[in-house]
Design a protein around this ligand. Structure first.
Ligand SMILES: Cc1cc2nc3c(=O)[nH]c(=O)nc-3n(C[C@H](O)[C@H](O)[C@H](O)COP(=O)(O)OP(=O)(O)OC[C@H]3O[C@@H](n4cnc5c(N)ncnc54)[C@H](O)[C@@H]3O)c2cc1C
Length: 471
């Protein structure tokens, strides 16, 4: 009885959400809180003319503006010392769903959640989005995000046109034929404010989930088959970071087309949040407990085998279970991309770099998932010059200076290894990497900088990401 009561109480304790964000009185942070900064002004309006006025004034008076969506980027991308921050969350209207053309026009501060709610009744779904629906459209397009889709190319290629507030305060329509779009998309808010976007959609198809346990050495050939199989629409994989199967075992999850379309299935909420949160918390301890976490994850994923899911529901994975509030530690994401043909060798080299059992280490890896990042011809700061596999890594480390330095050292070594395999790293996250590693990963950085100088000579739009890599 006491046990049952304890379980009921435990499962009803609200999960504490991380506190972060914009403030004029205290220090502004993004999701990790690693780079607190004073900002002069946070602007929140629903009026485009107000925004125009602020931008024109900043351009005339030499002031600096940053743009913030939901601030899930992790390297000060949404603010700048003593600058103005435009909080885009009030620009969240769905302007038009065109069922016939299969498009949606939406303000850039809306989230994928808002868009999914609007398009689901029409039997429509997004072509490309992150695994979770918690991000803003503007923030997602400005990093050119990717997720589980393997058929529709990079997110940037799903944009038909957008409305941009330029550094001079003009409002312009930029179509996908306009060469300027290559700088705005994946442009980290440095070429103006995206006010609204027209996205091309697809059908909300029903898929059958297939899960399979394989060895990492088999993944390259498995994924090549997936890519060549037109019956598979989406895919991702989880790699073991548990000591007894570290970087050897993995679960692949493939989504097979059923040919059935759906406009009635409800958008799913977060399932089993407490259970997934407590399992992750156990895994966070490392060592044998990480083995237990991996077994639980495996069990859960294999249970899904054969079940049906709509495209919209694949694109709205749980996120609350990741909340982490230990004041002495931080959890960060990193993502590394390698060409598909390099995957096997890359994993073998990683095994030499990373300890299989990190129970006693400060730098701990909790999770590795793998997604496809399709060859991208639409953005200048391009992380996929060819078809790549992205390894998304959830890392925890301490906040003492020596812990941060150690994390930097590990991640810089990891980045070098990635570069040796013809890969790159993802830019929305904390900047552990050196400027040299940035330049090697993004050889178009010079072109990006020159365009920035031309389009925004007074540096109206800046942020800590720009300051770190381009100054
Ligand atoms: C838990 C978690 C899971 C994630 N999963 C994925 C994933 O599956 N795939 C993936 O690709 N990424 C993933 N990311 C990274 C995420 O996609 C990016 O951080 C994204 O930018 C978050 O959107 P946001 O609304 O929080 O943007 P913000 O962090 O607010 O902004 C990001 C950048 O966009 C700029 N920006 C924002 N709005 C506008 C606008 N309207 N006009 C111009 N510029 C603007 C900002 O200035 C900033 O440079 C994940 C991040 C987290 C924390």
């Amino acid at each position: 009885m006491v046990f049952i009561l304890a379980i009921i109480v435990m499962f009803n304790i609200p999960i504490e959400e991380k506190k972060y964000g914009l403030t004029q009185s205290g220090l502004t942070t993004d999701y990790t809180g690693l780079l607190p900064e004073h900002v002069d002004q946070v602007t929140k309006t629903t009026n485009r003319q107000d925004l125009q006025k602020i931008v024109k004034q900043a351009n005339a008076e030499g002031k600096h503006i940053s743009i913030a969506g939901l601030q899930h980027s992790q390297g000060g991308h949404t603010y700048y010392k003593d600058g103005i921050v435009i909080d885009m969350r009030t620009f969240n209207k769905i302007l038009e769903v065109n069922e016939k053309e299969k498009t949606v026009r939406v303000e850039a501060g809306a989230t994928w959640e808002d868009v999914q709610k609007a398009i689901q009744p029409y039997g429509l779904a997004l072509k490309v989005t992150q695994s979770q629906s918690i991000f803003t459209i503007g923030g997602s397009l400005s990093v050119n995000a990717h997720g589980r889709d393997i058929r529709f190319g990079p997110m940037s290629s799903t944009v038909k046109e957008l409305t941009l507030l330029t550094p001079q305060g003009e409002i312009k329509t930029i179509t996908n034929k306009d060469p300027n779009i290559h700088y705005v998309l994946g442009g980290y808010g440095l070429f103006g404010v995206i006010l609204d976007v027209t996205l091309v959609l697809t059908d909300n198809e029903v898929y059958t989930i297939h899960t399979k346990n394989i060895k990492t050495s088999e993944y390259e050939s498995h994924f090549t088959k997936v890519l060549n199989n037109p019956d598979i629409a989406m895919n991702y994989a989880r790699v073991s970071v548990a000591p007894s199967s570290f970087l050897n075992d993995m679960v692949v999850i493939d989504y097979y087309k059923t040919g059935k379309m759906d406009h009635v299935t409800k958008l799913k909420g977060e399932d089993f949040v407490h259970l997934t949160k407590y399992s992750l918390d156990i895994g966070r301890k490392g060592g044998l407990l990480e083995d237990l976490f991996w077994k639980t994850q495996n069990f859960y994923l294999n249970q899904l085998d054969g079940s049906k899911i709509t495209r919209n529901n694949v694109m709205r994975s749980e996120s609350t279970f990741m909340e982490f509030n230990n004041p002495e530690k931080v959890e960060v994401l990193q993502e590394f991309f390698v060409p598909i043909s390099e995957f096997d060798e890359y994993i073998e080299d990683l095994k030499k770099l990373l300890p299989a059992n990190d129970a006693k280490e400060d730098f701990k890896i909790h999770n590795i998932t793998i997604r496809f990042a399709a060859k991208d011809n639409t953005t200048t700061l391009n992380y996929a010059k060819e078809d790549m596999l992205g390894l998304v890594i959830l890392i925890q480390h301490g906040l003492q200076e020596r812990d941060i330095e150690h994390a930097k050292d590990m991640i810089q070594k990891w980045t070098n290894l990635t570069l040796e395999h013809g890969g790159t790293y993802y830019l929305p996250y904390y900047r552990y990497q050196t400027k040299t590693q940035f330049k090697e990963s993004y050889p178009n950085w010079k072109k990006f900088k020159e365009k920035k100088k031309k389009q925004d000579p007074n540096e109206v739009f800046v942020n800590n990401f720009y300051q770190n890599y381009f100054k």
